[in-house]
Every structure is written in structure tokens, then in C-alpha cells.
Write a protein that binds this ligand. Structure first.
Ligand code: NAP
Length: 461
């Protein structure tokens, strides 16, 4: 294939990625967006195979075949609730792949240009950090690591490791440009080990509640690493796609950090939200249980009900029943709204996706900023499988690990109905005073089962 045709095809593939990402910005067009991005990927792959100096067809086919089989099997098996872990792993793989490309190129190319060496090592550094950091994020989300590692002088120690990684990267570049002697292989290996260690050390202290910010950050870093390695390989599609992913990931990181009401520096260096796995704080009072029939009557006679879904709705796959309940209430003349917290569930947009899948119209779904002032005017707030995102401690307990995170003010509604299975804590691992308040009633049970009973109950009214 001619060189100019190859570049044009790569740019076409990159434009398809951009169109795909744009499509994914709205639930309405998300599926089409994924198809566009997939077509872009197919074009880029086909062009790579048609590149004349591309010799390793067998290895490429083998690697792609193996990757496709593993990804296909894993994606079919993984539960919707485990998607964030999968996203963390795949993010990390992207960063790892970029770092591996850099390693191979540094071993292969003997007389690199300055820009080749500098951008290659930058991509390797960022990719390695994104890889090992994402693996720790995966382990935390999967519950393999329950405690956040915090020790005195941690930030200074991490800074030292980061400086060592940058220093070894600089030596690698100088060696390859011929300014410094010594074994290139040893320095390159040391550079990768220290860079990987930094990714681990940087992620270990970050608490559970901050994982959305961390995952988005590694997504951005992976994009950046891929863009740098795209330059090293002279591949326009990688440069553009990597830049687009890097930019989208950066915007998402900012949005997630804003949703937690924190700066990125605070997330990375303050050990915030490191409450996972700690002893639950004692809370005064007792939980008051209500059976689903009585809860259904309370809602059926209400003027306004705001439904707040959380991770438990995803676990119970209760979205269809919840939407049926909302429709029944509307038929009885009740005003129903859905309130979505930006970090509800386990991945950005988790609740929006589930509600869209159930067919809830977009004009019934409101973001935190749009709906929060309305809770005092609601007769009932129905909290279905949410915990951290409605925990008043984030608003008024400076000692709480989630203090400062904006929450949905459900406690200001006339009655709060909370659907959950038992006394289980939320992701941040802390007790929730909301469940013990005078105006709160607990409707215990699995989200789908209880939603079904609420539907039956409302039908009887
Ligand atoms: P949450 O704090 O994790 O609480 C979920 C609650 O659902 C639990 O208390 C659990 O209590 C209940 N539950 C679980 N399975 C259930 C079922 N089958 N039926 C009924 N209830 C069930 O959820 P959240 O309020 O949505 O908050 C999200 C948390 O995850 C935040 O801390 C956020 O920072 C973090 N996070 C978010 C993302 C993101 O991007 N959105 C990513 C990573 C982490 P029981 O066990 O008693 O039932």
C-alpha cells in the first residue's frame, strides 16, 4: 500500500474514533458510537497489515487472535457489576502495551533521533505507571486489597521513587543518543521496574471512594502513552486516537474529581477516602423496618417521589422493576423523578446506563445539581441500593473519610424509604446515619425482589 494512502487511511480511522467517542457522549447514541469506534479500529488494523515493511504477520495475527479470544470470553462472563474492574484492567493493558512498544523500540533502534528517544521514554514512563496503577485499582475494586496503605513520609518517599524513575529515563535517553556509556539493558530494566513500582505506590494509599477519579486518570494516562508511542512508530492513527482518549480521560477525571468536590492533587496525595475495610463507626439509634406493602401505600399516596438508585440496584438488576414502579405511580398521579449522583454505582454513568436500558425517559432523570434542592419538597425519597452517595456524614462530619463529597440530600424528604438487603456498608466501608434517622424506614431485601413487591403493593392501592 502506498505511504500517502496509508496515512490517509490512518487519519480516516482516527476520525472514526473521534466520531465514535462523540457518539458515546450521550446514552441515545452510545451504541452507534461504539460501532463507529470499532470500524475505526478495524480500518487501522487492516492498514497496519497492508503496510509493506510490516514483516511479522504471523506474530501479529497470533497476538490479535489470543487477545480477541481472551477479551471475548472475559467480556461475556463478566457481571455488569464487575465492569469497572474490567475497565481498570483494559485501561492498564493499553498503558502496558504502550510501555512494551517503547521497550521493544529502545532495544531495536540503535541510533534514535532526540524526539524519538524523549517521546518514547515519556510514553514508557506514563504507560508503566498506568499499567501497574490500574492493576492495583483492579485489586481494590475486586476486593483483593481492602486496606489503603498509608505511612508517615509517604508523599516524600513516592516523590523519591518518581524522581528515580525520571532520572533513569533520562539516563536511558542519553545512553541511546550516545552521550553516556554503560549497559543500556540494565538501565532500561531498572527504569521499567522503578516506573512500575511508582504506579503501585501511587495507587495504594488512595481510598475506595476515590476510585472513579483514579480509573479516569489512568484512562487519560494510557491515551497519552499510546499517543507518544504512536509518534515512535510513526503511526498517525495511534497519535490521534491516543490524544483523543487522553483528552476525553482528562475531562472525565476533572468531572469525577468535581463530583467528589476535590482537586486531583488532593485525591493523589491526601490518602482521602481511605476508609475501606476499617471498623464501622458507632451510630446512635436503631433502624426501623417497614414491609413493602406499607412502603407501597406511602408512595401511592404521595404527591412527589424521588427515586435514588445506587450500586445495589445494579447488583439486583432491579432497573426494570423500578421503572415499572415509577410508571404505576405516575398513573396514580404521583410526580416521579430519578436523581443520579455522578459516582453512584461503580463506573461513570453506571446508573444512567441501567435506567436507559430499562427505558426510563431522559427527561425523568436528573443530575445532583439539578435535583438536590427538590428533596425538601418530596414526600418520599426512595433510595434503592444506594449508600455512600446519600450519607449525610459527607455533609456534616469533618471526621468522616468521605467528608466534602457532595451527596443527594434525601434526608430532607418527608419520608426516606431505603431498600437494601441488610446492614452492609457502602463502598467506602463506613456506617450511614441516614438509616437510623426518624424519617427513614428500611425496606429490607434484594432490590429486584423488593421492587417487585412494591409494584404489587401499589397495584393493590
Ligand atoms: P454503595 O455505597 O456501594 O452502596 C451500595 C449498597 O447497596 C450497599 O450498602 C449494599 O447494602 C446495597 N446492596 C448491594 N447489593 C444489593 C442488592 N442486591 N439489593 C439491594 N441492595 C443491595 O453504592 P453507591 O451509593 O452507589 O455509591 C457508590 C460508591 O462507589 C461511592 O463510594 C463511589 O465513590 C464508589 N465508586 C464509584 C465509581 C463510579 O465511577 N461510579 C467507581 C468506583 C467506586 P447491603 O449489603 O446491606 O444490601
Amino acid at each position: 500500500m502506498r505511504a500517502d494512502l496509508i496515512q490517509v487511511s490512518y487519519i480516516a480511522a482516527a476520525l472514526l474514533f473521534i466520531a465514535g467517542l462523540r457518539g458515546m457522549s450521550s446514552p441515545r447514541t452510545a451504541r452507534t458510537g461504539i460501532v463507529w469506534a470499532g470500524v475505526g479500529m478495524a480500518v487501522a488494523t487492516a492498514v497496519t497489515f497492508a503496510t509493506p515493511d510490516m514483516a511479522n504477520y504471523l506474530l501479529m495475527t497470533l497476538a490479535m487472535g489470543l487477545g480477541a479470544i481472551v477479551a471475548w470470553a472475559a467480556a461475556r462472563k463478566v457481571a455488569m457489576t464487575d465492569m469497572p474492574q474490567m475497565v481498570a484492567v483494559y485501561n492498564g493493558m493499553g498503558g502496558g502495551a504502550a510501555a512494551a512498544i517503547a521497550a521493544a523500540e529502545f532495544l531495536r533502534v540503535t541510533d534514535p533521533s532526540t524526539s524519538f528517544a524523549v517521546l518514547g521514554i515519556l510514553g514508557a514512563l506514563i504507560g508503566s505507571v498506568a499499567f501497574s496503577g490500574s492493576m492495583v485499582a483492579f485489586a481494590k475494586l475486586q476486593g483483593f486489597i481492602r486496606k489503603s496503605l498509608l505511612f508517615k513520609g509517604q508523599n516524600a518517599f513516592n516523590l523519591l521513587v518518581a524522581t528515580a524513575a525520571v532520572g533513569l529515563g533520562a539516563v536511558t535517553v542519553l545512553q541511546h543518543l550516545g552521550y553516556v556509556g554503560g549497559s543500556q539493558h540494565v538501565v532500561l530494566l531498572a527504569f521499567f521496574l522503578v516506573a512500575l513500582a511508582y504506579g503501585v505506590l501511587m495507587t495504594l494509599p488512595i481510598g475506595g471512594a476515590d476510585m472513579p477519579v483514579v480509573i479516569s486518570l489512568y484512562n487519560a494516562l494510557t491515551g497519552l502513552a499510546v499517543a507518544f508511542e504512536g509518534y515512535v512508530l510513526g503511526n498517525a492513527a495511534l497519535i490521534i486516537a491516543g490524544t483523543v482518549v487522553g483528552a476525553a480521560g482528562t475531562l472525565l477525571t476533572q468531572l469525577m474529581a468535581r463530583a467528589m468536590n476535590r482537586s486531583l492533587a488532593n485525591v493523589l496525595f491526601a490518602g482521602f477516602g481511605a476508609g475501606g475495610g476499617q471498623e464501622l463507626a458507632a451510630v446512635e439509634g436503631s433502624m426501623k423496618a417497614l414491609d413493602p406493602d406499607d412502603a407501597a401505600v406511602t408512595m401511592a399516596y404521595a404527591r412527589k417521589v424521588i427515586i435514588v438508585p445506587g450500586y445495589g440496584m445494579a447488583v439486583g438488576q432491579a432497573q426494570h422493576k423500578v421503572w415499572e414502579l415509577a410508571r404505576l405511580l405516575q398513573e396514580k398521579g404521583v410526580e416521579v423523578k430519578f436523581a443520579i449522583h455522578p459516582v453512584a454505582g461503580r463506573m461513570p454513568g453506571h446508573m444512567n446506563v441501567l435506567l436507559a436500558e430499562a427505558g426510563v425517559p431522559y427527561d425523568m432523570i436528573f443530575d445532583l445539581d439539578e435535583v438536590n434542592a427538590e428533596f425538601p419538597t418530596a414526600d418520599v425519597a426512595l433510595v434503592i441500593g444506594a449508600n455512600d452517595v446519600v450519607n449525610p456524614a459527607a455533609r456534616d462530619d469533618p471526621g468522616s473519610p468521605i467528608y466534602g463529597m457532595p451527596i443527594l440530600d434525601v434526608d430532607k424528604a418527608g419520608t426516606v424509604l431505603v431498600v437494601k438487603r441488610g446492614r452492609g456498608a457502602g463502598f467506602a466501608g463506613i456506617e450511614n446515619r441516614l438509616f437510623f434517622m426518624d424519617n427513614t424506614r428500611m425496606v429490607f431485601g434484594d432490590a429486584q425482589e423488593v421492587a417487585g413487591k412494591l409494584v404489587a403493593g401499589v397495584k393493590k392501592v
